[in-house]
Design a protein around this ligand. Structure first.
Ligand code: ATP
Ligand code: MG
Length: 357
């Protein structure tokens, strides 16, 4: 019997609502398999916590999370708390503090989900993004200088270390080698305009490419990449990108896979020195929060990624199969997909399907 300790941070708004369904699914997996157990500790670190305490999480927050096997996060952010506070003080703090330098984002159109681009199918939209997750454009380096004077200027510097860039690319090469599509890795760059950071990025990519002769490689400027993802998504297999480029392109990817309701993500520390964190891409969505209509698929897919990471890929596949079964019933799905289902009814339906597999 394997027992995993999971730290749960539901966060705000729909984060709290979808988290319940994610946990439900893990409990079903546990009942079904009989050899996996999860114990969940909940942490109420959120914007509400911030309103009461003036901080997003306690000073010893990272210390308290350190010993867990994984962290599950719903979503943080709420009107009244600036995004740069909720993001920086919780998400970025955990991502950087636990050296979760890989952000993993599957972009896959599931059967029965409508793609906004005509003609695309589950066969054509199926790629994985590896986004650098701790430095680059989001390193937080720079400043606002002489803000009140007419000569005011702001500087936001990117930091690309060889150490992290190389590790991120190596992870991407290994995944391209392992994934059974084209064994192809696309590097997103912009070295025609960013003459230091992206030229450096390209050099490291070229160096590694010679080590992975079995992986097909290509380099693509970020602007062109945005176009190609719409025009010919079928050409992409594994994609590696910097923090900012990856952030933007994966939201484009979310649209391709049917919206934020399907966008799952993982923040990984591959060395397993620290826990990895699994979170859907969407935010707390205050506009729909409290109505029980948020689509829990992204959260449940995120849970599947956690199972994969813990070494239980076959159970992860079961979760994805159960999701696909539920998607086949147009009445079962949530209103964002045109259905009449609720967050809870979709979670229940997925659990039922799991028990029938
Ligand atoms: P935050 O400030 O926390 O990012 P937000 O309002 O930007 O919150 P997002 O999650 O980024 O919220 O989503 C924007 C919109 O997309 C939401 O208002 C909602 O309409 C839709 N949306 C996002 N996630 C979901 C979901 N899981 N199910 C249904 N609709 C969603
Ligand atoms: Mg948002």
């Amino acid at each position: 019997m394997k027992n995993y300790r999971i730290a749960v941070i539901p966060g705000d708004g729909i984060g709290i609502e979808v988290m319940r369904e994610g946990i439900k699914v893990l409990e079903s997996v546990s009942q079904l398999t009989g050899d996996l157990q999860f114990s969940f500790d909940h942490y109420d670190w959120s914007c509400e916590y911030y309103a009461k305490n003036g901080v997003m999480m306690p000073k010893d927050g990272l210390k308290r999370l350190e010993a867990y096997d994984a962290i599950l996060l719903g979503a943080v952010g709420y009107p009244g708390v600036p995004d740069h506070i909720s993001l920086r003080e919780l998400l970025l703090e955990i991502r950087q503090g636990f050296d979760q330098y890989i952000n993993l984002r599957p972009i896959k159109l599931l059967p029965h989900v409508q793609c906004p681009v005509i003609g695309q199918t589950p066969e054509t939209v199926d790629m994985v993004f590896i986004r650098e997750n701790t430095e680059g454009e989001y390193a937080g380096a720079g400043g606002i200088f002489r803000e009140t004077s007419p000569e005011a200027c702001a500087v936001q510097s990117s930091i690309f270390t060889r150490r992290t860039t190389e590790k991120v690319m190596r992870y991407a090469f290994e995944l391209a080698r392992k994934r059974g599509k084209y064994h192809k890795l696309t590097s997103v760059t912009k070295s025609n305009a960013l003459n230091y950071s992206m030229v450096f990025w390209d050099h490291i990519f070229d160096e590694l490419a010679s080590e992975y002769a079995d992986v097909q490689t290509e380099q693509c400027h970020v602007d062109a990449m945005a176009m190609y993802m719409i025009q010919r998504p079928q050409d992409f297999d594994v994609v590696v990108a910097s923090n900012l480029f990856g952030d933007i392109l994966t939201d484009l990817g979310a649209a391709l896979q049917g919206g934020l309701g399907f966008a799952a993500g993982a923040n990984i520390n591959p060395e397993r020195k620290y826990p990895s964190m699994f979170e859907p891409v969407h935010g707390s969505a205050p506009q729909i929060a409290g109505r029980g209509i948020a689509n829990p698929m992204a959260m449940i897919w995120t849970v599947k990624m956690m199972l994969d990471f813990l070494g239980h890929e076959s159970y992860g596949e079961c979760v994805l199969s159960a999701m696909m079964k539920v998607l086949a019933d147009p009445n079962a799905i949530t209103p964002d997909l045109g259905g009449k289902g609720t967050t809870a009814s979709v979670g229940d339906a997925i659990c039922r399907q799991l028990h029938m597999l």
